[in-house]
Design a protein around this ligand. Structure first.
Ligand code: F6R
Length: 248
């Protein structure tokens, strides 16, 4: 079941998504949140921090597991997703950092890194609410089009365009990550609830195909149609095609 909430703009999307996450924390203080990086959730995290600072939210019993991490990057590298999470959320709220998990980018043995991460997700009791962004091609996590739906955490080769786009952040080409560890679709689909956030016109096609198109590995997020508790919070620009087609 998919419920769609239309937001006016990015700010409104961020506030609505933060409301849903804070309701989850209030209803189950020791919940396990699956978290995402990228530009879309930054406003959501900012709003959660604001409410925490006002005394309206308590993260002390929350556990978190992130979707993905670059292989080869340490948590203090400012391009790592661990660093992103610390600076955008964890450093500003009372979450116990030992209960915040991100795949171990420094583990060279991919099989070991992925098995350990699956083990962590299982040992915390599974994910209560998974926050997702969506790529312009319908990817979720680093699950790119064409990958099998059945996978758990795995190592992916980054596309040449992603590697090139990241190159500007690193001193030499050797330092640019070529692979990443990501939760698989199977981990994501096992979450009890899913909250997908999307903003901007460049997500409109992916969002339409994911929510109303054919369920196919070519549009990874289309699998969400088979999940029984998905909430989508998207701004008008991201929903524009869905609105145009008269679906909502
Ligand atoms: C982030 C992630 C990615 C992003 C997606 C959208 O952890 O796994 O799938 O959610 O690439 O990125 P933004 O929000 O930057 O458009």
């Amino acid at each position: 079941m998919i419920t769609i909430y239309k937001a006016k703009d990015y700010q409104d999307m961020s506030r609505k998504a933060a409301n849903i996450i804070s309701a989850q924390i209030i209803m189950k203080p020791n919940c396990v949140l699956g978290l995402a990086t990228g530009s879309t959730p930054i406003g959501t995290y900012r709003q959660l921090v604001e409410w925490y600072k006002k005394g309206d939210l308590d993260f002390s019993k929350v556990t978190s597991v992130n979707l993905d991490e670059y292989k080869g990057l340490s948590g203090d590298n400012d391009q790592s997703y661990r660093y992103f999470m610390n600076t955008n959320l964890f450093d500003h709220v009372n979450i116990d950092k030992t209960k915040t998990f991100v795949p171990n980018g420094l583990e060279k043995d991919s099989e070991k890194a992925c098995a350990e991460y699956n083990e962590i997700i299982q040992s915390v009791g599974g994910i209560d609410m998974q926050l997702l962004g969506i790529g312009g091609n319908g990817h979720i996590g680093f699950n790119e089009p064409g990958l099998a739906f059945e996978q758990k955490t795995h190592c992916v080769d980054l596309t040449e365009s992603t590697i090139q786009a990241n190159a500007r952040f690193f001193e030499s080409m050797d330092d640019v990550p070529k692979q990443a560890y990501t939760m698989g679709i199977k981990n994501i689909m096992s979450a009890k609830k899913i909250l997908l956030v999307a903003t901007g016109e460049n997500k409109a096609e992916a969002l339409y195909q994911s929510l109303y198109g054919k369920i196919t590995p070519n549009v990874p997020a289309s699998i969400l149609q088979l999940h029984n508790d998905v909430t989508v919070v998207a701004d008008e620009a991201a929903l524009s095609l869905i609105i145009k087609k008269g679906e909502i």
